[in-house]
Design a protein around this ligand. Structure first.
Ligand code: FAD
Length: 388
């Protein structure tokens, strides 16, 4: 049987970026994607810092809109708008985004097989054996686990699962044109989470991506959120498609390497813990995993000890960001609605808005999280909400 260099399980951003990097370095790479089409069905809002397109050499034609501001809403009607010349949030057509990644990987020499669900994975005798649901088998010298927020193989291999998960729901519909991105904080409706409305245009039509994440009942919470928003702008939400529900990881798994294997993207729990956004860290980790494997394949040293270099690399770059994000999230998710309103009102009169503008970065949240946690007024409100 033909032995490939690398088999990648999952054709999302993380797996496809890994495939492209490996193929560019001359490795015989195959991506196995369970769905018939790359990028479908879409679960994700698809917001990513605009600068990622240059950093990762991505196709900018998938960008639907670029936003520089967002308005935060509390339950009592208080709002604050954060607008910053430093923020360029690209809203992408997520299916087209993944498709262009797949085309680039194929053009560079990787094989991308759709409609191919991996049912079993075995690593022994100096190779990786992957069984496909149709009965075929693929063998390779190494494997990248890029199957998103599904943790069956993680459990089998002893890699662990993310410690924190939230539920999410989202919908993409024609809507009244909204002025800007809206973020709604409502602790009773969305314990530990938030809801969003992201306006954009497709084919000349005003549309919105409506979504939320929270610790429970994402589907019913989204219905309530939709009805509130639709009533405010005078839109009838009748006949809309059912929202897509999905589990979202908010922190890394215990270990992201094993003999002949690396885990990337959501499969490794590599997302921004503040928002669950994982496209950027998925692309980064896919590239880093491929670079580690490139070297290991050339030396033919594919044991766990050697592949650990990948985890050392992402922990060095993303570790402080993830730790600060998890700490901030743990505090923010316990604030009650009155503390959230107070903070939003405070932001309008205190120096919080300039501070947020000065520290805001769409892809990296540590600077803002630390600046908020160091702000005396912010700390007073948080402490009185948590222990008052
Ligand atoms: C509602 C919602 C909104 C979001 N909004 C944003 C956002 O605005 N910005 C952002 O950065 N992130 C966002 N995210 C997160 C983002 O979607 C993920 O972090 C990102 O897609 C992770 O990329 P990935 O390649 O690791 O996994 P995925 O994109 O999930 O890709 C994994 C692929 O593996 C395939 N697969 C799984 N199991 C198998 C198998 N056994 N065999 C073969 N194939 C398999 C799947 O079909 C899938 O195509 C959002 C997520 C949700 C749920």
């Amino acid at each position: 049987m033909h032995m490939r260099d690398v088999v990648i399980i999952g054709g999302g951003p993380a797996g496809l970026m890994a495939a492209r990097t490996l193929a560019q370095n001359g490795h015989d790479t195959v991506v196995l994607e369970e769905h018939e089409e790359i990028g479908a069905p879409v679960h994700c809002t698809g917001i990513v810092g605009r600068e990622v397109f240059d950093e990762m050499d991505l196709d900018t034609r998938t960008i639907l809109a670029v936003a520089q501001s967002a308005r935060f809403h509390a339950v009592d009607g208080s709002t604050v708008t954060i607008e910053s010349g430093q923020i360029h949030a690209a809203i992408v057509d997520r299916q087209a985004f993944d498709e262009t990644l797949a085309r680039r990987a194929s053009a560079d020499g990787a094989e991308v097989r759709t409609g191919t669900r991996v049912s079993h994975l075995r690593i022994d005798g100096g190779r990786v054996r992957v069984s496909i649901a149709t009965g075929d088998t693929v063998t390779a010298r190494a494997c990248i686990l890029a199957c998103g927020a599904k943790y069956r193989f993680n459990r089998q291999l002893g890699l662990g699962v993310p410690k924190v998960f939230v539920q999410s729901a989202q919908l993409d519909v024609a809507f009244a044109p909204l002025e800007q991105i809206e973020v709604h904080l409502d602790n009773r409706l969305l314990p530990g989470g938030f809801a969003w409305a992201v306006p954009f245009r497709r084919g000349g039509q005003a549309r919105v991506k409506l979504g939320l994440l929270g610790s429970q009942r994402a589907g019913s919470a989204l219905n309530i959120f939709i009805n509130r928003l639709a009533a405010r702008v005078g839109v009838e939400p009748e006949g809309w498609p059912r929202p897509r529900l999905k589990i979202l990881p908010l922190g890394p798994v215990r270990r992201t390497y094993a003999n002949r294997l690396l885990a990337v993207g959501d499969a490794a729990g590599l997302v921004k813990p503040t928002t669950g956004g994982g496209i950027y860290f998925g692309l980064l980790s896919g590239r880093w995993a491929a670079e580690t494997l490139d070297d290991a394949l050339r030396r033919d040293q594919l044991d766990a000890r050697r592949l650990r270099a990948y985890e050392v690399r992402w922990r060095e770059r993303l570790g402080p960001e993830i730790r600060a994000g998890l700490a901030f999230r743990a505090i923010a998710s316990r604030l009650d609605d009155s503390a959230i309103s107070t903070l939003i009102q405070l932001a309008n009169v205190d120096g919080l808005v300039p501070m947020l503008k000065g520290t805001a970065n769409f892809n990296w949240h540590r600077g803002t999280a630390l600046a908020l946690l160091r702000n005396t007024e912010f700390r007073k409100v948080v402490l009185s909400s948590l222990w008052g």
